[in-house]
Every structure is written in C-alpha cells, then in structure tokens.
Design a protein around this ligand. Structure first.
Ligand code: NDP
Length: 778
C-alpha cells in the first residue's frame, strides 16, 4: 500500500497493541494458576484451559475449585474479617493503593482482558480499566467516611461473590470495592472463561498491602460457584449473571439467613422518537448493542423507533453497520472483537438462524478464524417473538416501531426484565415524562451505557434486586449494629373450658378493595381473651382472597402517581381518626392481651402514622456528581405491590408500622394481620374507610400465616414480600419468591423492636432507586 492508496481508500491500517507484557506475566506463573487463598497461591490442580477467543490459543490453565478450596477460602476470610472490619481508615488507604495500582498497571490489565475475553482493546483500555480504578477510588472514600456517615452500620462479614465473563475485572471491582470498603472480606469466583485479570489483581493486591484472607479468589465453573452459594459460613451472596442461575441461587439460599443481591439479565429498550438527533442516536445505538459484542447485561438490544422515521433510521443504521470493523481485539482500530467462547457463538448463531424476522448482517469482513459474529439487525418480529423477549447476549439488535409515547412505554415494558432503558429525543419534557414510566433500574437520556461508581446500577423485575454503586450500594454490604434476639412463636389464646360469649355477635371480615369481604373459603377462627371471653371471629383467608387483594391493588395503580403531599395528608388523617377512637382500640388491645398496655400502643401507632406522614414527602432523591457533563438523578420509586405478614406481637403498632411506610412511598399493600391477635387490624378498616384511603391501596387479610406464605411469595403479580411473622416463614417465602424474583424482606426468625420506626430500613425496602442519566451541553 502506498500513500496514494491510503488517500484513495482512507482506510485504517492495523495498529496492534503488544501482548508481550501480559504474556510475560502469564509466563512468570508458568501459565498455570492455583487459587488465591489467604494471601498465597495454592498448587494448580484440576486444570482447564483459558483461551483467547480471537485465536483459539490456550493462554493459561486455571484450577477448578473444589469443596476443600472453598472451605479454606471461607475460613481464611472469616479469620481475616475481625481485624479488617475494625479500622475503616486503614481500609481506605488500602483501597486507595488498589486504585493507584490499577492505574499504574492499566495497560497490563487492559491487554490481558482483551486477550482473555476478546473485547477490543479500545474498550478495555478506555472504559473497563478506568472504571475499575474509579470504583476503587470512590470506595476508598466510602471507607474513609464510614464511621462518620454510617455510624449505626457494620460489615455483614464474609461475602461470596460470583461474576460473569463479560466485564471480568470491572465486575470484580463492582463487587470487591464496596465489600472491602465496608469491612467485609471476600471469596470471589470469576467466570471460568475469564479468570485471568482476577488472578492478576490478586497477584498485585499484595503490593497494595491487602492483608492475607481479605481477598480470596477461587477459580472454577458453575459447580465451584454453587459450593460458594451453599457454604454455611458465608453471610452474603452477590451474583451477576443470567436470570436462570440467579433464580437457582435465590432458591438455594432460601432460609439460610444469607443476604442476597442479584444483578441479572435484561432486554433493554432503546427508544428513538422522531425528533431525535438521528446521527447521535445511531452512534449511541452502536455503543448500546455492539459495545463488547453485545455481551452486556444492559445492552440496548431492543430498538423501538417511531414509525415516521423508521425506514430512514433503519437505512442509516444498516449503512453504519457496514462500516463497523471486526478483527483482532488487540488492534486499536477495530470496533467489534471476538465473542467470548465458541459455546456463546453457537448460542447466538442458533438463536438467529431460527428467526422468523428480516435478518440483516453487517456487510463487514469477518476474520477467518476465531469466535466472530457479524453485527446484526432483525426487524419484522412480533412483540411476543422469543428474540424480542429473550436475552441473546451477542451483537444482535431486534427492532420494531411505535406510534405514540404511550405505545413506546407499553412496548418498552413488555418484557419480564427491567434493567436499563435509553430514550432519544430533543424534547426534554418528553424524555423526563417517559423515564419514570419505564420499568428499569437505569435510564439514559440521549446517551447510553454510562456507568459510574457514584451512580447506583441494578434492575427491577427479573433483572434482579440490589444496587451497585453509590450510597445505595453500601446498604447491601452492611447491617445494623444491634443484634436481634430470637423470635418465639406467638400462639393464639386457646378456647377456654367455660367460654363467655358476647350479647351480640361480632364478625370481622377481610378488607379487600375498600370493602369488607367474607373469606372465600367460608372458614373463621374464634379469638379468645385470656380471661375466656369470646372477642369475635376472624376469617381465614385463602389463595382466592389473596388473588382478589392483588386485583384490588392492580385497580389502585394510581396511588403510585399521587404526590407525596397527598399521601402525607392521608396518613395524617389516618392518625387523626385513630386518635378519635383511641379508647376503643386500647380496650381491644387490652382484651386480646389480657394486659394493660393498649393505650400506650395506640399512642405509639398514632405517632408512627405521623412519622410516615412526615416521610411521605421527604424521602428525596439525589443528584449524583458523576464525571460527565451532566447529572445522574437517583429517584426513589415505589416498589409496587407489596405482600406483607404483620408482626404477631404489637397487633396495632406492628400493623401500622408495616402499612404506613408502604403507603407513604406510593406502594399498595396486602397485609396479613397478626395471626393470634387479628382484631385490632379488622377494627382498623373503619379508620381506613373514614380517612380517604383509596380502595385497594391497603388490603387486610386474616388467618394462618403459614398457609398463605407460599401463595403470597409465589404470586407472580406481587413485587415484594415482607415478613415479620413469628411463624417460621423465611425459608418458604425466599424459595417461592424465586419465580418472579420479587424483592424479599424476611425476619429470619429474629425479633424487631416496634417501638422505633427504623425509617432507613423501611424506606429502603419500600422504594427502588432508578438512576436517570441526563447529559447536557451541545
Ligand atoms: P451464568 O449465569 O451461567 O454465569 C455467571 C456466573 O455464575 C459464572 O461465574 C458461572 O460460572 C457461575 N455459575 C453458573 N452456574 C452456577 C450455579 N449453579 N451456582 C453458582 N454459580 C454459578 O452465565 P453464563 O456465563 O453461562 O452465560 C449464559 C447466559 O447468561 C448468557 O448467554 C447471557 O444471556 C447471560 N448472562 C448475563 C449476564 C449479565 O450480566 N446479565 C452476564 C453473563 C451472562 P462459570 O461461567 O464459570 O460456569
């Protein structure tokens, strides 16, 4: 090629990055790795190949972690946690050193990542590794601030962390940095295909002064992951990966008391309105779906384009696709690298080859060897087509059209996932109107795939729960300092030998959709006072009553859109009306308990209603200072429909403490009243009825907690379940919840102190944080 040819074609020449340093590091380990446990390498054993997907060459051999390796790693982590958890400021220094180290070795990490994963060096060098460093810097700061800003919280203990192959070192940083910052120690399993940068990180961690046992890396496949999940001495599992495996982990950890966060798959919509800057929207789309070969959990893999511009948009998109350059990931001039492994390549190929749609492959030359798949656009699919619904996890975009903003939102939300969404429009009013309506944990306006350590990332629905990044991410690695006592089962008063019956029968019904309803099953239980008096009957709710309560919650959808001010007024009004009937409630509580604490409980319940009325318009979001020209808004959104088991103790205060925060944050709730003492809850209907609470916002059921636990947790149209019951429900609820991966908050058989509102915990449980990124400037 001569200068004239170059001017004629204006094509890029190859600009390969050298792999010498990375290969030298592998050679220094004789290309064989054991696990990194207690600050030292174990002897390599049960080896499998880690390959370069661009060439098929074996880069190194890594060990398959077995029971003993996991055991040793957990033991080392447990031993190290005591002193690691003590001094936040010295942790800050070590995290700072890790951040510096990542920067100093940034090219080594980037090259090794591209060799192992197949991603273009431009991405590993300019996106992955800088974000890794940023994550450690940010969390060095969090450790420094912990004692001042989170005085009531402490580390959970040992965290088991399992990460996928798409962003190997970045996912490690997202998991390890917050865990270590908050004083936890870690046992991390990288994905089998891509363990090498985690091992390099472990090797270098010595230079940052990470004490032995604080960071343990056990390599291996899913079976090793399962050993970590099942280990009894781990306090928390943090997982990123597929929804299928996330669901298995939810079931496997049910009832174990382990904390769990799941960062799962997505089928994120990329919405282009007809007034969008089309050139930018197309460049954004290149980033959304061809970044990292589309192997991105939040990839904008579903294009929704407004009908009037669809043909133009598709034509311009196809032209842009033809210009994408595929090739050697270490070549700085390529746009699209290799898919991670032949197995993944086959999955993508099989999914696309069976498609009924109109398939367009980019007219871009593919390298002759290696795992390459061309950038692909599929149009003409129905919204229910499996390719419109399922994660392909490859460079494949599916596209469809919409007419109106309402239709765009409907189509966007028409999946079981809810990870991310992108909106392109020059109309800021439209963008900010649409963003809150999208079922997603992250929304990008006129941009895509923006990430930062300060901004929470995570999903809703079957994309999982929990957030990584920001203050919200720390909640998942800390717990309140106070130790909670064991909760004993509270039994109903047994029928006396000589019953005393009332003059006039009093029958309490269920309260569904703003009306009293007879229990569907036609069964009731008698409620006795300790003195042998029949206080009344309460219905035994069954799954049909629950179904009706869910329908009533659906009909009350508008509650989530009301203002905090309105919700505050209604909560104050509830307090006012309860106060007007204070004596009657106090008597009822005294009758049920046979004690004289009723008046104090009613006063506390009124106070609780006032507290949540106060919070209704004060749980503000935040504007995050992210390092772009723009802001990331962290908005607190209602979780949706909550199913709850009220505490058996404190029959009124406990009920109110559960209902009021849910209402205050804009949720609807179906609550099972205290099982042994349900009559304060059934009296409470009348207070609800007279306080302008819209029908269906609060539904009260009575009966056996045990009988309804599985039904409530397994109901696919409930978004979260809370349990404060004294019955042993935690395992059942967590296991059944795996179906739609609803959010869980169970007491694991521990007592809660209802004399305090515990606002932080209830605010966190009653809301989901949505991060909306809004860049600005021309
Ligand atoms: P997985 O969910 O299987 O893997 C994620 C991590 O979990 C890996 O470290 C894996 O180990 C480990 N793992 C697998 N099974 C278990 C188990 N039973 N218990 C504990 N850990 C386990 O994703 P894959 O890598 O297999 O990819 C499959 C599909 O998942 C992709 O095609 C894509 O659709 C989706 N995916 C989604 C991601 C996301 O971020 N949303 C990320 C990666 C994949 P190992 O890989 O070593 O076997």
């Amino acid at each position: 090629m001569n200068v004239q040819d170059i001017f004629d074609s204006m094509d890029y020449g190859p600009a390969p990055e050298s792999a010498a340093e990375a290969l030298a590091w592998l050679d220094s380990h004789k290309r064989k790795f054991g696990h990194w446990i207690d600050g030292a390498w174990t002897k390599p054993a049960k080896l499998s190949d880690s390959r370069n997907p661009a060439t098929g060459e074996t880069l190194a051999k890594v060990s398959q972690g077995g029971q003993r390796d996991v055991e040793n790693a957990v033991r080392a982590a447990r031993k190290a946690q005591k002193s690691w958890g003590k001094d936040a400021k010295s942790r800050a220094r070590i995290l700072y050193a890790l951040a510096r180290l990542v920067q100093k070795q940034s090219r080594l990490f980037a090259v090794l990542e591209s060799l192992d994963n197949g991603k273009p060096i431009r991405e590993s060098r300019d996106i992955d590794i800088p974000l890794v460093a940023r994550h450690f810097y940010y969390h060095a700061g969090m450790a420094q601030l912990m004692d001042d800003e989170l005085p009531d919280r402490e580390a959970l203990g040992v965290a088991g962390q399992i990460i996928p192959w798409n962003f190997p070192l970045l996912m490690l940083a997202w998991k390890v940095a917050p865990a270590l910052a908050m004083g936890n120690t870690v046992v991390l399993k990288p994905a089998e295909y891509t363990s090498l940068t985690a091992l390099l990180f472990a090797d270098l961690s010595r230079e940052a002064g990470v004490p032995p046992g604080v960071l343990n890396i056990v390599t291996g496949d899913g079976a090793t992951g399962q050993l970590i999940v099942d280990h009894p001495d781990i306090d928390k599992i943090a997982f990123t990966g597929s929804t299928t495996v996330g669901r298995k982990i939810r079931s496997a950890t049910a009832g174990s008391g382990k904390e769990l966060t799941l960062e799962l798959g997505g089928k994120s919509p990329y919405i282009v309105f007809d007034d969008a800057d089309l050139d930018s929207a197309i460049e954004g789309l290149v980033d959304a779906i061809w970044f990292n070969q589309g192997q991105v959990c939040c990839a904008g893999s579903r294009l929704l384009v407004q009908e009037g511009i669809a043909e133009t948009f598709y034509a311009r998109l196809r032209a842009r696709m033809d210009k994408l350059r595929l090739g050697d990931p270490l070549d700085k001039c390529i746009d699209v690298g290799a898919v991670v492994d032949p197995v993944q390549l086959k999955t993508i190929t099989d999914l696309v080859s069976g498609s009924a749609g109109d398939v367009y492959h980019a007219d871009a030359p593919l390298p002759e060897t290696g795992c390459y798949y061309p950038p692909t656009l599929i149009t003409g699919l129905t919204p229910s087509d499996s390719l419109m619904q399922e994660e392909i996890f490859g460079p494949v975009l599916v596209g469809t059209t919409f007419r109106t903003p309402v239709e765009a939102v409907e189509l966007a939300n028409n999946t079981r996932y809810g990870l991310a969404a992108t909106v392109w429009t020059e109309n800021v009013n439209l963008a900010l109107d649409i963003a809150p309506k999208l079922a997603a944990g992250v929304v990008w306006v006129n941009a895509t795939n923006l990430f930062d350590a300060a901004a929470g990332f995570g999903g809703v629905r079957e994309s999982g729960f929990g957030r990584e990044g920001g203050w919200e991410g720390l909640f998942a690695y800390t717990k309140p300092r106070r130790a909670l006592k064991k909760l004993e089962k509270i039994k109903a008063v047994a029928a006396p030998a000589k019953p005393e019956t009332p003059d006039i029968d009093r029958t309490a019904k269920l309260y569904i959709g703003g009306k009293q309803a007879r229990p569907d099953g036609g069964y009731s239980q008698a409620i006795w006072s300790p003195k042998g008096k029949l206080l009344g009957h309460a219905g035994l709710a069954n799954r049909k009553d629950l179904r009706n309560a869910v329908e009533a919650m659906n009909a009350a959808k508008g509650w989530g859109k009301t203002t905090g001010h309105l919700r505050a007024q209604i909560l104050y009004y509830l307090g006012e009306n309860l106060s007007a009937r204070s004596d009657e409630f106090a008597r009822r509580l005294d009758d049920m308990s046979g004690k004289r604490g009723g008046k104090a409980e009613v006063d506390a319940a009124i106070d609780r209603l006032f507290t949540w009325a106060a919070w209704a318009d004060k749980h503000d979001g935040r504007a995050k200072g992210v390092p772009i020209r723009g802001i990331a808004l962290a908005m607190n959104e209602p979780v949706g429909k909550i199913g709850a088991f009220a505490p058996d103790d404190s029959p009124l205060l406990g009920l109110v403490s559960v209902i009021a925060p849910a209402m205050a944050m804009g949720n609807r709730i179906a609550v099972m009243a205290s099982e042994p003492y349900p009559l304060a809850a059934t009296d409470f209907y009348q207070v609800l009825d007279t306080s302008d609470v819209p029908a269906g916002v609060v539904n009260i059921l009575t009966g056996s907690h045990q009988d309804l636990a599985g039904q409530m947790a397994g109901h696919l149209d409930i978004d979260a379940v809370w349990s404060f019951s004294s019955s042993d429900l935690s395992a059942t609820i967590e296991r059944e919840a795996a179906g739609n991966l609803k959010r869980m908050w169970v007491n694991n058989g521990r007592v809660r102190d209802w004399s305090m509102p515990d606002a932080d915990a209830f605010l966190a449980a009653a809301t989901a944080i949505k991060t909306i990124w809004v860049p600005y400037g021309e």
